[in-house]
Design a protein around this ligand. Structure first.
Ligand code: 13P
Ligand code: SF4
Length: 303
């Protein structure tokens, strides 16, 4: 059944000069039909570089919005417009404006997991793959990082700059405790522990690597170890196992399950392509300043 729908999706993608981008947390059948799977940074770069007329984005709203910011002349479709990110909703433009007034002259480093309107108020964006490089690229001695306090604290541990926090977090990464990791380590001695930088700093301190989702795939591929404990959203099991079929991946907590990342089905993708529905647009007065912040980030990564 999946094969049949996947075939129809591939045919429609060709017919409409479209490409399908999927985040590493997406369901397996979506990853299998995608042209490209990756972390937030890789997906932004792909969205900026592609010649395709249409981008079908399988992820959550802020990811499709970032693609629309980068490619205003392309049609960006999100098969389920209600797929959001609870962390992105933890900072509003109004609240950020107030904080900026309290910290005059302090650059704002905004995680891509944020709305376009929040990006528009920011100096530069970052992802989990480049947060330290982005903060270090700035001349200022102090920065404000929004909205993820865990990413901010984990970044602060790797830079000399003073980092002001915002009280947001990913509700799924935040539930992983050092006790849960210690238990998993005791049950699987010899396994390396991979954590996502959205985890608590106490958890990241226990990790052999704290990297983005694609960073985890690269780390596992290049490692001589065969067994890994994984501290991130449960969808990561599939791309890790696909990349390293002879290695073992144990999710530390099955409760790290992001419902929004699992909303899109193959049927949604098919319908969205057939009817060209679910378009994500960003008004120009927000897109132009947001683009500056995203482009600055990409320049740091490219440089
Ligand atoms: P990365 O894939 O950029 O590491 O981000 C994880 C995430 O939370 C996306 O929602
Ligand atoms: Fe947002 Fe967390 Fe879901 Fe990623 S896993 S989309 S950060 S809620």
């Amino acid at each position: 059944m999946d094969d049949k729908i996947q075939g129809r999706i591939r045919a429609l993608l060709k017919q409409k000069d479209a490409i399908l981008l999927a985040h590493n947390y997406q369901p397996p059948e979506i990853q299998d039909v995608a042209d490209f799977c990756g972390d937030s940074l890789e997906l932004s770069i792909r969205a900026a570089e592609t010649d395709a007329d249409v981008l079908v984005f399988c992820g959550v709203h802020f990811m499709a919005e970032t693609a629309a910011i980068l490619s205003p002349r392309k049609t960006v479709l999100l098969p389920r417009p209600d797929a959001g990110c609870p962390m992105a909703d933890m900072v509003t433009p109004e609240a950020l404006r107030t904080r900026i007034e309290e910290l005059p002259g302090v650059p704002v480093v905004t995680y891509v997991n944020s709305t376009a309107a929040v990006k528009a108020l920011s100096t530069i964006c970052c992802t989990s793959a480049n947060a330290v490089a982005v903060v270090n690229s700035l001349g200022a001695e102090e920065v404000l990082m929004v909205p993820d306090r865990n990413l901010a604290r984990n970044t602060a541990a790797q830079t000399d700059k003073k980092v002001h926090l915002w009280e947001g977090c990913c509700p799924f990464h935040d539930i992983l405790t050092p006790e849960m990791v210690a238990q998993a380590k005791a049950a699987h001695p010899g396994a390396l522990f991979l954590a996502h930088p959205e985890c608590l700093p106490e958890v990241v301190a226990m990790a052999d690597a704290a990297v983005s989702t694609s960073g985890m795939i690269r780390f596992a591929r290049n490692s001589t170890h065969r067994s890994f404990l994984v501290g991130t959203e449960v969808g990561m099991r599939y791309p890790l196992q696909k990349a390293c079929p002879d290695k073992e991946f144990i999710m530390v907590s099955e409760r790290m399950h992001c419902d929004d990342m699992k909303k899109i089905s193959l049927e949604d993708v098919l319908q969205c392509l057939e009817e060209m529905r679910g378009e994500v647009r960003v008004p120009e007065d927000i897109r132009v300043p947001a683009l500056k912040a995203v482009e600055r980030m990409i320049a740091v990564t490219a440089g």
